[in-house]
Design a protein around this ligand. Structure first.
Ligand code: C2E
Ligand code: CA
Ligand code: CA
Length: 677
């Protein structure tokens, strides 16, 4: 009845955009990486190309700083075009290509003072310098004439030259990129700038451009292919998700959708203060509808019901068709009262979903309340399991009685406890049987007129090592539902037969012991033979075994029942009707059943009424039984007055606490021995 929580498959409906965006971001990152690699490569290239130029600039810087240094080594290192700025950024001296004169004066003509020394540097090979031709020539001419004049006048002056490049050729077939490079003077008095040229071979440059273009094209192709792949994957996935969540019969939402969509909604932060109700809805007469009409008509009906449920939903509420005639809904409701009202209208609408037939529905409801923390603040239902909520609604629905039209029920926590207990019992039943955890108790039956022990009823107890001592009311109904009762009854019959045989063999005077046989057995045609064979396999005389059949068993297959009783009697067993008076057609059954004993239900002897009308009924029942040649046993007799009354009415036996409660076999054996003395 109560489904265990199952693992749920979920397919998330993916939107294209987040994934595509992610892809774009990744592409951008890749592009940036490529850009960085490219620029590192280019700067590496430039560095190698410019290393000579920087070296020269550094030498210049050294020369400039070490004023007065005449070391010709510097001159040989220094080979570029330059100009020199002071700290204010003013040009102190500018000399054309490949020449630099160390001086403090701005005017070239005044630089060459007769009493001073000049260092003149030059380089005839430099390719890195791009002289501005006109100016260079002019300055060089001027410079050389000045130098010449100076040398003429000052024969002792030291002038060092390493050569002057007046013919700075730019290599042909190359691409030249002019670049300014600079370095600060180490004494902080200025900055030296130099203009240099980076030249690349044209063929080499074109080859690089071609490679870069090919890489870009390949990248773009891969990018487009990946994009197409991502988009088509996402579309396929979304299509799959739509199919996964689609109910085949109605074309609407299915079970997976209900949980996948409903759970995040109920858990959501924005919905924490809302109350929800989960409904489990079942069309009760679906199978008979299909049998009467057809399965396809039935499916059409299911579609109409699904539409009806949907038509009763507000925005953001949810409905789904689970399977067969089962539906689920998630409603947003403020109170139990509102839920009751909505259940009323929903049931009404559902009942008239088909104009030609009256439909019955069972609805179970489970309320999801607002959750609060210790300080009363509303908190999110982060841990909520919607499937568990649905199971609770389902359990509530299943608790409704089968017949009686449409109905709805609210979930009650007791239902879960009951279900847990049932699961525990079912889980352990077989092992308990095999390890003989079921124990036979005997409740003696006494003759109220003589107080003599006349018989007993075998009643089961479960002595479980884990669960303790359990009374039959807690497990017999479960075994009756799941069919395990047939094993139990066989177990009890065998144990009673064995005990009776043992007592008999020990010379103890035995009394008939009755064994309960559940109605579940009455589908077996050879029940009487099975009982006979079981008892015979032990070797117990049939007269010591009595078979108790509950009144409810008499409603099933009456003919089979009569035959079974007749055969049991023919084998020498006593047959009794248990709980007489608790049902409705007892009298009717008595008419046809060849029974030996009538057990009057304990209800007759309970409560305050037992000295009034009940007494009349009991007296008449005993009289009736006697006239039908049946003996009577009164059950549940607890007080002396009742015993006296029953003795007066000539009731044959009393089985009740007044005489004895059900007891273990040792105690019962002691009573048998007393009787024998
Ligand atoms: P039952 O067959 O009607 O058994 C009589 C029940 O009434 C027993 O409960 C017994 O302890 C109780 N009873 C007897 N006298 C008094 C009394 O004076 N006052 C009160 N308050 N109760 C009294 P128990 O043993 O708990 O069994 C309950 C039910 O469980 C039984 O009702 C029977 O229907 C079922 N059951 C017990 N053992 C078996 C079994 O071996 N097989 C089957 N199929 N059912 C069994
Ligand atoms: Ca009984
Ligand atoms: Ca009974």
């Amino acid at each position: 009845m109560f489904r265990k929580k199952s693992r749920r498959l979920k397919i998330r409906k993916n939107r294209i955009w987040p994934t595509a965006l992610l892809f774009l971001l990744m592409s951008a990152a890749l592009f940036v990486v490529m850009l960085i690699t490219g620029s590192v490569f280019i700067s590496y290239l430039l560095d190698t190309k410019l290393s000579d130029s920087f070296e020269t600039l550094n030498t210049m810087q050294k020369v400039w700083t070490d004023k007065g240094d005449k070391d010709p080594e510097h001159m040989s290192e220094f080979n570029m075009d330059c100009f020199i700025l002071n700290n204010e950024g003013k040009t102190e001296l500018m000399i054309g290509s490949d020449t630099c004169i160390r001086s403090a004066s701005a005017e070239f003509s005044s630089v060459l003072q007769p009493d001073k020394e000049y260092l003149i540097y030059g380089d005839t090979e430099s390719e890195v310098l791009v002289p501005e031709k006109g100016e260079l020539e002019f300055k060089l001419t001027k410079f050389l004439s000045e130098v010449g004049r100076y040398l003429d006048e000052n024969k002792d002056a030291s002038i060092f030259t390493t050569g002057i490049n007046s013919d700075n050729t730019i290599p042909n077939g190359s691409i030249n990129i002019p670049i300014w490079i600079s370095t600060g003077l180490s004494d902080g008095s200025g900055t030296i700038y130099a203009r240099t040229v980076v030249s690349f071979n044209v063929n080499y440059v074109f080859a690089i451009i071609r490679i870069v273009l090919i890489v870009i094209v390949i990248y773009l192709v891969i990018f487009v292919l990946m994009l197409i792949n991502v988009i088509s994957n996402l579309r396929a996935r979304n299509k799959l998700a739509r199919q996964f969540y689609k109910d085949v019969t109605t074309g609407g939402n299915n079970r997976a959708y209900f949980f996948a969509k409903g759970e995040p909604a109920v858990r959501g932060r924005g919905n924490a203060k809302k109350r929800y109700a989960v409904l489990s809805i079942k069309l009760m007469n679906y199978l008979s509808f299909c049998v009467c009409h057809s399965v396809s008509e039935g499916e059409k009906l299911i579609c109409r019901i699904y539409d009806t449920v949907n038509s009763k939903l507000a925005r953001r509420e949810l409905a789904a068709h689970f399977d067969s005639a089962d539906f689920a809904a998630l409603l947003a409701v403020n109170s139990d009262g509102e839920l009751t009202a909505r259940l009323g209208t929903l049931t009404e609408a559902l009942e008239s979903a088909d104009s030609d037939h009256r439909l019955d529905f069972h609805i179970g409801a489970y309320m999801i309340d607002v959750q609060t923390d210790g300080s009363g603040r509303i908190k999110r239902r982060k841990e909520l399991d919607l499937e568990e909520c649905y199971n609770n609604a389902f359990a509530a629905r299943e608790s409704l009685p089968e017949s009686g039209g449409s109905a709805y029920a609210f979930f009650d926590a007791k239902l879960v406890e009951e279900q847990k207990w049932t699961d525990t019992v079912v889980e352990r039943q077989q092992r308990a049987l095999e390890s003989e955890e079921f124990v036979v108790y005997y409740q003696p039956k006494y003759d109220p007129r003589t107080d003599e022990l006349r018989g007993a009823e075998a009643l089961i107890r479960w002595q479980s090592p884990e669960l303790g001592f359990i009374t039959p009311y807690r497990f017999i109904p479960i075994f009756e539902r799941n069919g395990f009762i047939t094993e139990i009854d066989h177990y009890m019959l065998t144990h009673v037969a064995v005990e009776q045989k043992r007592w008999l063999d020990q010379g103890i005077h035995c009394v008939p012991v009755s064994v309960n046989i559940s109605r579940a057995h009455f589908i077996e045609e050879n029940l009487a033979e099975q009982i006979r064979d079981t008892v015979d396999s032990v070797g117990t005389p049939h007269g010591l075994i009595e078979i108790e059949l509950t009144e409810s068993a008499f409603f099933d297959d009456k003919q089979l029942m009569i035959e079974t009783i007749t055969r049991l009697k023919s084998y020498g067993f006593t047959v009794s009707m248990d709980d007489f008076g608790s049902g409705y057609s007892s009298l009717n059954s008595l008419k046809d059943m060849p029974l030996d004993v009538l057990k009057l239900d304990a209800e007759f002897f309970r409560g305050e009424n037992c000295d009034g009308r009940d007494r009349i009924v009991v007296a008449e029942a005993i009289r009736l039984a006697r006239s039908l040649n049946m003996r009577t046993v009164a059950e549940g007799v607890e007080v002396r007055e009742q015993v006296d009354f029953l003795a007066e009415q000539e009731c044959d036996m009393i089985q009740g606490y007044y005489y004895a409660k059900p007891m273990p076999k040792e105690e019962f054996e002691a009573r048998l021995e007393v009787k024998e003395q």
